[in-house]
Write a protein that binds this ligand. Structure first.
Ligand code: NAG
Length: 216
């Protein structure tokens, strides 16, 4: 009996979390973000609909290549609610990603979004890793026109596997997907995570951790 109660409890709990893992449905046609409003809500407060204009629903510039002159050789140009206020409460956003030859978009996760990506130019190796304990690495080389999905929360990456620039467009299932870049979060936190913690976690010498922390 106790086992059944536990099982039903777990099932009920999983439904609750399933529902809360996604953005709530809008309760009006739109809710253009009003960054000037100091109200704290889950998302951003709505502008008065009378003062909304067409520009609130539009963004220009995704035809422009991002600057990939940086250590990883890629650049993400986001179009989230911060760039396009009309996205507020709609549960969707997009990005353009440019890759220099052999550039990478380093391993990262989006805590609030699934991502669907399509290659516009070039060839990309993409991959994600499943949760513990399996940590299966699902990876593939994509060509122009191919589409790939990165499930919400999982660590994923892309690498340009060509000698020419590559370009991708991705859509994300949140107005504000968030990004946690693994190396930056683990080795670049402020203040540092103690080097003995990271040395044990990564099973390396503390001096290696110090080196990594110095880079991020
Ligand atoms: C690209 O970024 C690099 C490094 O920050 C900078 O030196 C360069 O001027 C930038 N190029 C353009 C076209 O903005």
């Amino acid at each position: 009996m106790a086992k059944h109660i536990l099982l039903y409890g777990l099932v009920a709990l999983s439904f609750c979390c399933f529902v809360f893992a996604f953005e709530p449905s809008p309760l009006q046609d739109f809710c253009v973000a009003d960054p000037a409003n100091s109200a704290r809500v889950n998302g951003l407060a709505c502008k008065n609909p009378m003062s909304v204009s067409v520009d609130d629903f539009s963004f220009s510039g995704l035809h422009l290549p991002g600057n990939t002159s940086n250590p990883v050789g890629s650049r993400v140009t986001p179009v989230t609610v911060a760039q396009l206020p009309g996205l507020n409460t709609l549960g969707i956003s997009m990005v353009r990603i440019d890759y220099a030859p052999w550039g990478i978009n380093p391993p990262h996760t989006h805590p609030r979004a699934t991502e669907i990506l399509t290659v516009l130019e070039g060839s990309l190796q993409v991959g994600f890793v499943t949760s513990n304990p399996d940590n299966s690495h699902i990876t593939k080389v994509l060509q122009k026109g191919d589409v790939f999905v990165f499930p919400v929360g999982l660590v994923h990456y892309q690498r340009n596997v060509g000698n020419v620039n590559a370009v991708a467009i991705a859509a994300l299932s949140s107005q504000n997907p968030g990004v946690i870049t693994i190396a930056n979060a683990v080795f670049g936190s402020k203040p540092d995570i103690a080097n003995d913690i990271l040395a044990k976690a990564f099973q390396v010498d503390k001096s290696i951790v110090d080196q990594l922390q110095a880079k991020f």
